[in-house]
Design a protein around this ligand. Sequence first.
Ligand code: UDP
Length: 241
Amino acid sequence: MKKNAKLVYQRIILKISGEILKSNYESEIDLHLLNRMIKEIKSLIKIGIQVGIVVGGGNLIRGSNVKKIGVSVNTADHMGMLSTIINGLLITDTMNRYTIKTQLMSAISVSGICQIYNVEKAIYLLSKQCVLVFSGGIGCPFFTTDSAACIRGIEVKADIVLKATKVDGVYSSDPKTNYDAIMYQNIKYEDVLNQDLKIMDPTAIILARDHSLPICIFNMYKSGALYRIMTGEQEGTLIIS
Ligand code: UDP
């Protein structure tokens, strides 16, 4: 930790999507990024930050894709939720290898593999510097793990939800196709919704807005970004009221 650096957040929820875990090669995991991410999480724990992770499953199964091939809505989403548990196992196993105290919880019961989500236990374990990995979304179809990140954030009274992405932050339009696109340092929940900026599921934005939970969209490929956010340096886009 830098001398005199003050921590801005104490308890965070980090949303890791399946997209982040995926390498450029079909159906493979980006081990380089995964290992670096876990090392960065370890250094946050060392400086006293409590970390909860909400994991997605889009690299394995996304409900909307399975629906397209005729699978019923509920089953497709159940398949999606199960895929988040598979990613959760990968993340907790990697953290164990880095000797980080960790626990995988799931919103749906998968007895013998991981614990069922319990908010009191989650808060207790977070306060003991155990990295909690929340999987299974919220356990209901029709939701996404973006919403799960905000719901878990509200429940465990996190200071912020950090969404790890492959882009630097929230842009006024797609920077790949529009050279005039500007990146916002801060943006209001309402503006993300009104401009339909598609950086996060709108249900998640509404939940965060209604509970005054800040969201930071940042680039996980930028080494040290997590730490810089923790010390209040400008990094990514902060979504606030
Ligand atoms: N899902 C669900 N309920 C939830 C969370 C997720 O039904 O509360 C399902 C949904 O089918 C979704 C899939 O799980 O497509 C994987 O989650 P998500 O798409 O949010 O993963 P990510 O895009 O973050 O990798």
